[in-house]
Design a protein around this ligand. Structure first.
Ligand code: APR
Ligand code: PHB
Length: 388
């Protein structure tokens, strides 16, 4: 058994765990990051790619903005397409803020490089992660790495291990409450070497279902189609995907498809996000459907609150740690509501429901026709201000 002592044990090297490690390092706090997957796996995993201005600012302040500023695509608007027409939402004009397209795995690569450059530990391919004594002042994490059992003693554990990780389950069941909604559809997403149809994002509601045209660069398109939750990709040869995209989005530039996948849609919140010396952040505590691209942005917002709370706790001041969960959840529920609303407005829920279709059209018409409604959409889409 190899024994290690650190201040904060961070479980999971996704955006939440890696950003937390970076912010703690900059505050002079030692941490150990453990990750179940390999480095190439987490650096290649395709996820959403839209950052709120606040997330860009947070990453920049954390010293992670260099390539993001060089390669990220800043957008000042987005488009809603429905009932044969389209409407641009002037995000910048309405809010003074922009959003930035930058693939999540690119942020992860930047964060892994920054972590390795600090010389502080980041262990990949760990197995059997388990949390112990989280209610005490001396919590522990055990795991196996390269065949060797390890035991980490620490002052706090950050559970940044995503929806399927062990951290949430280490909260005593009597204190944990979960709120959940599973949607009757999923997204079929592709990456294609094709020029994006527009330099901004297009969200389309069509009678066949939702579609989204986004991008990763000026030559790589990222396109999504609403599909069944258990969709069989074998039934979607490239021609069928392009045909459905043309149908729902109009003219789309075709090109070789380099990746295909199905993303499940769920809304989920676990409360509270702290018990004793265990703190949850990111997907470990909450999931949003991808319609507003809020997953990574919420992870960043959690960590913005968690890092200073842990720094203060380690200095003997537990006040920010006490309120971490309530402060994080205040934002999370607003963003849950926004993601649910965007999802409800743009997707087809039932095969044949003309009432639903007309109400959605009326809602989209209202949003597009009212400056107050457009402003409300825009201020949530670019990211609500941090309430610290
Ligand atoms: N031990 C160590 N690491 C683990 C374990 C475990 N037992 N279980 C899971 N992990 C790792 C996962 O392999 C993953 O790399 O925890 C990491 C969690 O990262 P993410 O799933 O990326 O979650 P998070 O950092 O909260 O980021 C949220 O990710 O899912 C997207 O859309 C979501 O953009 C959002 C972002
Ligand atoms: C993406 O670029 O992958 C993306 C953008 C916006 C969304 C969802 C996904 O709402």
């Amino acid at each position: 058994m190899k024994r290690i002592r650190t201040q904060v044990a961070i479980i999971g090297a996704g955006p939440a765990g890696l950003l937390l490690a970076q912010l703690l390092h900059r505050a002079g706090v030692d941490s150990l990051v453990i990750e179940r997957q390999s480095r190439p796996y987490i650096e290649g995993r395709i996820r959403a790619g839209l950052l709120e201005q606040g997330s860009v600012d947070t990453l920049t302040e954390a010293g992670l903005g260099e390539r993001l500023h060089r390669e990220g695509l800043a957008h000042e608007g987005m488009e809603l397409r429905f009932a044969g027409g389209n409407q641009r939402i002037e995000l910048f004009g309405l809010t003074g803020k922009r959003v930035t397209i930058y693939g999540q795995q690119e942020s992860v690569k930047d964060m892994v490089a920054a972590r390795l450059a600090t010389g502080r530990p980041l262990l990949f391919e760990v197995a059997d992660t388990a949390l112990h004594d989280v209610s005490s002042d001396a919590p522990r994490v055990t795991f196996t790495h390269e065949g060797v059992p390890h035991e980490v003693t620490c002052d706090a554990i950050a559970g940044c291990d995503g929806f399927h990780g062990p951290s949430r389950a280490a909260m005593p069941p009597e204190v944990l409450r979960v709120y959940e909604r599973v949607y009757p559809f999923a997204w079929l997403g592709i990456l294609a070497d094709a020029r994006p149809i527009s330099h901004e994002l297009i969200y389309a509601r069509h009678e066949d279902g939702f579609a989204l045209a986004t991008m990763r660069s000026e030559t790589v398109s990222r396109l999504y189609l609403q599909c069944a939750p258990d969709e069989d990709l074998a039934l979607w040869p490239d021609e069928r995907i392009w045909e459905a995209l043309h149908q729902r989005l109009g003219a789309v530039n075709e090109g070789p498809i380099t990746q295909k996948g199905v993303t499940a849609m769920r809304s989920f919140v676990a409360e509270p996000m702290r018990h004793g010396r265990l703190f949850l952040a990111g997907d470990a505590a909450h999931i949003v459907p991808p319609t507003g691209a809020k997953g990574m942005n919420l992870a960043v917002a959690d960590v913005r609150l968690l890092a200073p709370a842990l720094v203060a706790l380690l200095r003997g001041d537990g006040r920010l740690a006490e309120t971490y969960s309530a402060r994080a959840l205040a934002r999370i529920w607003k963003v849950q509501r926004f993601s649910w609303w965007m999802t409800a407005m743009l997707h087809k829920f039932s095969a044949d429901d003309p009432f639903e279709h007309r109400v959605q059209t009326a809602e989209l018409d209202y949003v597009c026709g009212s400056e107050a409604a457009r402003r409300s959409l825009a201020e949530q889409y670019v990211g609500l201000p941090y309430d610290e």
